[in-house]
Write a protein that binds this ligand. Structure first.
Ligand code: ARG
Length: 461
C-alpha cells in the first residue's frame, strides 16, 4: 500500500515535494530517546490497565530497547519516507517484533506523543542549563573572592563614574544568573505536566491511567485538558524567553571582556586557550569566543520570535504548523549550551591587570562624588551646593592637568575656604571604595562577604 500508517484510505504515494516539506526526521530524530521513554511508559500502562497483554508489553519494551541500542551505536537507519521520528521508531519496532508493535499506538496519537517527547526534551535541556549556569556562577564567585579589593573604574555611559572593585563587578553577574536560574526553574514547574493520553485531541474511550504514565515519565501530574495537552507550546516559549534573557546577560559580559581586552583598556588578559591569532597580522590576539558568545543571543532571541509567530493565530487543537517548533528550539538550546561553557571557561582563564585597572580608576575625576559627600558631611553643605563646588574644583584640576588628589589644597580653598587637608583622605580610589559600605555597595569587605556567601550557597546546591 501507499503508506504503512494510513494506507487504508490512500492509493497514491505523496508527491516528492509533499514528502520533502512534510518530513521532520532530519531534525526530530534527536527526540528518539524521549520517544522511546514515552512509548515504554505508555505500553506498560496499557498492559497494567488490561488494554494490551503483558506479553505484548514485554515484547514492545524489548524491541524499543533494541532500537535505542541501534541508535546509540549508529546503526539505526532513519527514513525520510517515514516522515518523523515517531513513525521511524514504530516501523522499526514492527520489523523487530511483528504484530505486537501495532498495539503500541492504542489510545495514543502522534499529537500527544510529540507533545510529550518535546516536553521531555525541553525539561532535560532545562536541567542541563541549570547545572551549566551554576558552573558559571561558581567561576565568577571564585574570581570575585580573589579580587574583592581589586579597584577598577566603574562606568556609566562608558565614562568613568566611580571606582568599584573587580569582584563587585563580577558578583553583579552572579546575581543576574541567579535570576536566570530562577526563571528556568519557574518555567520547569509549569512545563512538568504530562500531555500523554490526550490522544489526538479529545481523549480516549480506553480505560487508560494517565497518572501512571505521568509519574513514570517524571511529570508532576497529567495535563487536565486534552485539547490544551496537544495544542500548546508555551512551555517551549517560556524556556526560550528565559534563554533569551540569559543570553542577553552573557552578551553584556562578553562585550565587557572584549572591551577590557583591548590594548586601550588592558584590564584583562585571556590566554592562548581562549583567543585566536590573525593570519596576516602577527601581533593580533582576538577574543573570538567572547565575540561569539556576544553574537549567539541573535539566534536564541530569534527562536523565541519564530515560535511565537508559528503559534499565534493557530486554532485549537493540533496543526502541522507546530512541527516548526523544534528546529529553532534545538538550535537555541544548543547555542546557549555553547555560550555557557565558553563563558565559564573564559572567566576561569581571565587574568586581570590590577595596576592598570587601579590607574584607570584614578583618572577622570572618579572620586568627585566622594569630595561632594565630604563637603556635605564635614561642612554641612546641602548636596546640591556641594555638587556645584565640586564641579568648580574638578574644573580647576582639569585646567591644571592634574587628578583631584594632586590638586593643591590652596587651589581648593580658593573655591571653598572651609576645605581642610582632611579632604585628601577621601580622594584616593582605595578610600573611595572602602567607604561604600552600604548594603550591596562595593566596599571590599562587603564584596568578600558576598563572594564567600555565594560560594557556600553554590556548594550546597
Ligand atoms: N512530526 C509531527 C510534529 O512534529 C508529529 C505530529 C504529527 N501529527 C499529525 N497529526 N500529523 O508535530
Amino acid at each position: 500500500s501507499a503508506n504503512a500508517m494510513w494506507g487504508g484510505r490512500f492509493q497514491m504515494s505523496p508527491a516528492e515535494i509533499m514528502q520533502e516539506i512534510n518530513a521532520s526526521i532530519g531534525f526530530d530524530k534527536r527526540l528518539a530517546p524521549q520517544d522511546i521513554r514515552g512509548s515504554k511508559a505508555h505500553a506498560q500502562m496499557l498492559a497494567e490497565a488490561g488494554i494490551i497483554t503483558k506479553a505484548d508489553a514485554r515484547e514492545i519494551a524489548k524491541g524499543l530497547d533494541q532500537i535505542q541500542a541501534e541508535i546509540d551505536t549508529g546503526t539505526f537507519e532513519f527514513s525520510v519516507a517515514l516522515e518523523d521520528v515517531h513513525m521511524n521508531v514504530e516501523s522499526r519496532l514492527k520489523t523487530l517484533i511483528g504484530a505486537a508493535a501495532g498495539r503500541l499506538h492504542t489510545a495514543r496519537s502522534r499529537n500527544d506523543q510529540v507533545a510529550t517527547d518535546f516536553r521531555l526534551y525541553v525539561r532535560d535541556a532545562v536541567d542541563g542549563i541549570d547545572e551549566a549556569l551554576e558552573r558559571v556562577q561558581q567561576a565568577l564567585a571564585e574570581k570575585a573572592e580573589v579580587h574583592a579589593a581589586t579597584v577598577m573604574p566603574g562606568f556609566t555611559h562608558l565614562q568613568p563614574a566611580q571606582p568599584v572593585t573587580f569582584g563587585h563587578h563580577l558578583l553583579a553577574y552572579v546575581e543576574m544568573i541567579a535570576r536566570d536560574r530562577g526563571r528556568f526553574a519557574d518555567a520547569r514547574k509549569r512545563l512538568n505536566e504530562c500531555p500523554l493520553g490526550s490522544a489526538a485531541l479529545a481523549g480516549t474511550s480506553f480505560p487508560i491511567d494517565r497518572k501512571k504514565t505521568a509519574e513514570a515519565l517524571g511529570f508532576d501530574r497529567p495535563m487536565a485538558n486534552s485539547l490544551d495537552g496537544v495544542s500548546d507550546r508555551d512551555f517551549a516559549l517560556e524556556t526560550l524567553a528565559a534563554a533569551t534573557i540569559t543570553a542577553v546577560h552573557f552578551s553584556r559580559l562578553a562585550e565587557e571582556i572584549v572591551i577590557w581586552m583591548t590594548p586601550q583598556f588592558g584590564f584583562v588578559k585571556l590566554s592562548d586557550r581562549f583567543t585566536t591569532g590573525s593570519s596576516i597580522m602577527p601581533q593580533k590576539r582576538n577574543p573570538d569566543a567572547a565575540e561569539l558568545a556576544r553574537a549567539k543571543v541573535g539566534r536564541i532571541a530569534a527562536a523565541f520570535q519564530s515560535l511565537a509567530m508559528v503559534m499565534k493565530g493557530l486554532p485549537l487543537a493540533y496543526s502541522k504548523d507546530m512541527q516548526e517548533d523544534k528546529e529553532t528550539t534545538f538550535d537555541a538550546l544548543a547555542s546557549l549550551r555553547l555560550v555557557m561553557a565558553a563563558m565559564a571557561g573564559m572567566i576561569g582563564d581571565l587574568e586581570p591587570a590590577p595596576e592598570v585597572m587601579r590607574a584607570a580608576a584614578g583618572r577622570g575625576y572618579s572620586t568627585a562624588t566622594d569630595l561632594a559627600d565630604w563637603l556635605v558631611r564635614e561642612l554641612k553643605m546641602p548636596f546640591r551646593d556641594a555638587h556645584h563646588v565640586t564641579g568648580a574644583i574638578v574644573k580647576a584640576a582639569e585646567t591644571k592637568g592634574v587628578d583631584l588628589d594632586k590638586l593643591p589644597l590652596a587651589d581648593m580653598q580658593a573655591i571653598e575656604p572651609k576645605i581642610t587637608k582632611a579632604v585628601f583622605s577621601v580622594l584616593s580610589v582605595e578610600n573611595s571604595v572602602k567607604s561604600r559600605t552600604s548594603y550591596g555597595g562595593t566596599a571590599p569587605q562587603n564584596v568578600l562577604k558576598m563572594a564567600r556567601q555565594w560560594l557556600r550557597r553554590l556548594e550546597k546546591d
